[in-house]
Design a protein around this ligand. Sequence first.
Ligand code: ATP
Length: 923
Amino acid sequence: MRPVDTIHRSITTDTVLKRQRMISTPWAISADDLAAELQTDAETGLTSAEAEKRLAEHGPNQLEDKERAHALRLFLGQFANLMIGLLVVAGVISAVLGDWADSILILLIVLANAVIGFLQEWRAEESLNALMNMTRPSCRVWRDGALTERPVVDLVPGDVIDLAGGDFVPADARLASASNLECDEAPLTGESLPVDKTVAALPAETVLPERTSMVFSGTAVLRGKGHAIVTTTGMNTELGTIASLLGRTEDVQTPLQKRLTQLSRQLAVIVLAICLLIFVVGVLREPSGAWTSKLFTDMLMVAVSLAVAAIPEGLPAVITITLALGSQKMAARNAIIRRLAAVETLGSVDIICSDKTGTLTQNRMTVVELLPGRDDDEGIRELLVAGALCNDAAASAEGDWIGSATETALLRAAAESGLDVAKLRASQPRLDEIPFSSERKRMAVLYIGEHMAALYPGEGGTHRVLVKGAAERILARCRHVRQRDALIAMDDAQQTIWEDKLRRLTERGYRVLALAERSWPAATFAEFDEDPETNLCLLGLVAINDPPRPEVKLSIAECRSAGIRPVMITGDHQVTASAIAESLGLRTESDAVINGGELERMTDDELREKVPQVSVFARVSPEHKLRIVQAYQSQGHVAAMTGDGVNDAPALKQASIGVAMGITGTDVAKGAADMVLADDNFATIVAAVEEGRVVYDNIRKFVGYLLTANTGEILAIVVAILAGFPIPLLPIHILWINLVTDGLPALALGFERGEPDIMKRRPRRQRESLFSGGLGTQIFVFGTWMGLSSVILFKLMLLDVGLFTMPADESQKIDYARSMVFLVLAMSQLFYVLALRSSKQTLWELGVWSNWRLAAAVALGAALQIAILYVEPLQKVFHTQALSLRDLAVGLIVSATSFVFLECWKLIQRTRAAIAGSSAETH
Ligand code: ATP
């Protein structure tokens, strides 16, 4: 056992010390004794005031946060880059050699670059934190005598928490009550089998995996219910001790981030090689052959500035921001992202496997038809009574019904028919139960039933079993049907009659439950050795309607045009499921329906062959979902899968996008999911897919822009050097262009809205290259053009054949020509980014201000560029000359060529597509 004082580090006062010491083995004392020690009430919990006091004393119930990257460290990290280091060194050398004005400016630009890099990374962190906060868990805790829902971080020792199947245990706690409670403690102990929990006190030396009277933070409740007194919170829990042993969790990069980090490394190597080449050729080529230190530092500055400008080291941070931005937009549309990688995976989803109830339908169930065995009012009443008794839903203090929608529908129907449900239940206390589960699709309860002996003579019944469940399964277990005062045998004829009734109801899309009873000779199920759910007597059928969500039909149509196949997975009857699937447009005549039984008989290979044609899986159990998702994945599909229960967790983990229900979902399902739907709505998944596609598009635009710009800059210098021209750009020019273009406009591209056809394209294949669809060619063509056009202008100006207003003074000519190159390279990029906003629509169609951030960034960049050419003090620092109006016009026209070309290209492509489309129609 660990020494007490290492367990409880947050102890402050003597009394607390005493209290904490007493509970170092809470599993060894009774819950009541523990409650007394912790000065709490095992039933009603703490008061809010006391809880607040304890919170101040013990601190929040959370594992120590990963220390936030310290701002200063983040900032200094920007300089921990070989190239920046070299640049600073080169700057210092050239300052020593006398060029100090240049050096200062270079250092300032480096600083500005670092600030931008810092802000980008800071923002990326902030957005990640915001993401974490959105998924903050809550738990049910007794405060001031009432059961309340509170954030897990607020828990304190002495709090009384309520636990049920599907919950995560929020803190270490001693059980005060437990009924059929089973926990999965694998995260803590590695034990993969469920652990049965009870309230019995254990010997003090019991080891952790055997402390069955305790529940532990971070483990999950699989089934059953109970309540428990919190003993330790935060880092003092067992999980906390492990967490501090294991240290911090690593940040995981999304696949795209990994690919881009790799890409920027590869580009770095290429750029470095080119810069080395520039440096060597630049030095060797010096006509005078005088290898002065100035020549060396000048060339070094050019080469290093180029390396700094052209290596896209900020790429991963900007990707994080763009992904995080996407996740915020998704949150605004009710899809809460739990893992950033999901944002990009969503863009390539091509299968959405969705639960029916609550996701495709409204989960507003109403009883629409009652078909009792005995065809009179008494029969209906009997059915309603049975439905109200064999039922776990209850009335809340506010007068609503709480529980599953199926069960509340039954209670509502009973109450509306005039039954007093509370009184009925009080008069018939439940003696035993076999709870409902999605696997069994039925439940049974036991009551005293004195009249049973007369109804079922010869069976010795003193008690009554009521069973409710999926109709066809209950029918198969019935031996009789109740009619008026007689029983009739469930023979083939009766079976057919009831199956017909069932079919008629399911064809209308209703969920149909059957209610049945039998007599039982004992006060518990265990006492009599027979299956209580066999030899039943049918009381009747209840049809429940759950209307489809109206918006889902549209979303399904949208899925289809977006190349995504929606698939329904439901526990409901095959015919009910098909009827609803058809009404939603989810299923067509040719689509197959598979039910759980068939699925069980299929091998994995058979299932894999079959899944492409299936649109409805009916009467399946949660564990089938894992096989279904695997079958799709083995076909190369990217499948999203929804779920809400504990048993859905494996399938949610396996799915490319696990989607948990925010309202009806359990903690465990949410914990396993990549995305949580705040409104449980299928349409939200489709909205998230759309946002995912937008994010990917924007990342492509952004990468395309950055790489085109860098190609242009590098080519301008490489071509000039190889052709024996003077260097067309000074280091400050290169750095400045990089600052103005890579910074704001590139970031603003992340705010671009989706293209109008975004949900009309096929999903992107997951392995698809970022540069597919012509992006690589585009980068090459426009980068080359930007580089070449500026070098050609440069050479023409230096030739001085009367095309340009060159200054008379020979020494100023080169600066004048460089000013032109500087202008053209910077402005081409600013124009170009405007054309990149959409791959189909022109800037005029989009509206210049529809992405105001980008418009503002471009306007600011252009204004600064002009100022650098025309404002005298700036001319001095940047070594620029004022271009004549005519030359300025020529420069701007050349800069605009890429923009104009790209815009025309879009129009040509569109016309071609339209012609192809109309000729396809006429054929
Ligand atoms: P879906 O899978 O479409 O989201 P669901 O999750 O509501 O539906 P389950 O709860 O697994 O599906 O229910 C499966 C079947 O079990 C239902 O079709 C119904 O016949 C039966 N059933 C559902 N709830 C109960 C209940 N409380 N008592 C008895 N039987 C039930």
